[in-house]
Write a protein that binds this ligand. Structure first.
Ligand code: SAM
Length: 280
């Protein structure tokens, strides 16, 4: 079942949080010259036209990136992320939203590598096309979870793995934990970032408990809720679970998340959270 299309959701509040964390991790890894691998297991199409029928149907980006991208009181923690958004939107008009592969492409250096997998028959060719001329990159139509076994550890022994499934299938909540365990067995020093939606809080509690049971240490949880938890249909919050976060990430997200919450949710409902699932 591959009915999920990120084009309906690109640039929404969840993407803003996800891509803020992604850009801060990339910037931290760039503090050392040594190359690293960026592995994006569920990469999407790469570029999203915000005037498309899909984006206009939901209008989600209007409550996300559109609220922040031209603020003049933006915290420094958003600089790298915004530099990527601006690179795809010249002339002061928000036309495209760059997905995680394009944000990585913009921020990574000559010596780094990008490996991306996407299964959707429409999104895969779009993504491949984006990277035709990028010699640092490899785009595969393959299962993202499988990459956590086949691509790790990276040759460079440095890596950032973004795991961003659509959670169309309930089994994704277990599959991500198993996938992380497989990856971690092979590459325990990598930085792993797992995106999650809060639709039913219970599902996330179970997933977090299963992660704790793996015995993996240094797991940071970052979350922004735009509504209180609810039993009704729909995403009320989203977050990133980061294993081996760069040392500054906790502080950076503690600074920037309340700002994002204020700007994205002017009504003041919901919450933010930055806390350790398992510390050192
Ligand atoms: N990471 C992207 C970003 O931030 O711009 C968004 C990715 S979207 C949330 C999830 C993507 O995973 C969808 O495009 C979907 O087609 C793809 N997908 C679903 N199952 C997959 C699998 N097993 N392996 C690889 N990709 C998969």
């Amino acid at each position: 079942m591959l009915s999920y299309r990120h084009s309906f959701h690109a640039g929404n509040h969840a993407d803003v949080v996800k891509h803020t964390v992604q850009s801060l991790i990339i910037e931290a890894l760039k503090e050392k010259d040594k190359p690293f691998l960026y592995l994006d297991t569920h990469a999407g199409a790469g570029r999203y036209f915000l005037g498309s029928e899909h984006a206009e149907k939901t209008g989600e980006y209007l409550d996300g990136i559109a609220r922040i991208w031209q603020r003049d009181d933006m915290p420094a923690e958003l600089e790298a992320y915004m530099s990527a958004v601006n690179a795809y939107n010249k002339g002061g008009y928000l036309k495209y939203y760059p997905g995680s592969p394009l944000i990585a492409r913009h921020l990574l250096r000559e010596q780094d590598q990008l490996h991306m997998t996407e299964l959707h028959p429409t999104d895969y060719p779009l993504l491949r096309h984006e990277f035709l001329k990028d010699e640092r990159s490899k785009v595969l139509r393959a299962d993202g979870y499988q990459q956590l076994k086949s691509q790790l550890p990276p040759q460079s022994r440095r890596g950032f793995i973004l795991i961003d499934p659509p959670y169309e299938l309930k089994t994704d909540y277990q599959a991500v934990v198993q996938g992380i365990q497989e990856g971690y067995k092979r590459f325990a020093t990598g930085v792993y970032a797992l995106w999650y939606p809060v639709v039913l809080r219970q599902q996330i509690k179970r997933m977090v408990k299963e992660l704790e049971e793996t015995g993996i240490r240094r797991i940071l949880q970052i979350e922004l809720a735009v509504q209180p938890d609810s039993d009704r249909r729909g995403m009320t919050a989203s977050g990133m679970i980061v294993i081996n976060p760069p040392w500054k990430l906790e502080q950076q997200m503690s600074t920037v998340l309340p700002w994002l919450h204020r700007v994205l949710v002017p009504e003041g409902i919901g919450h933010t959270k930055v806390s350790w699932i398992t510390p050192e």
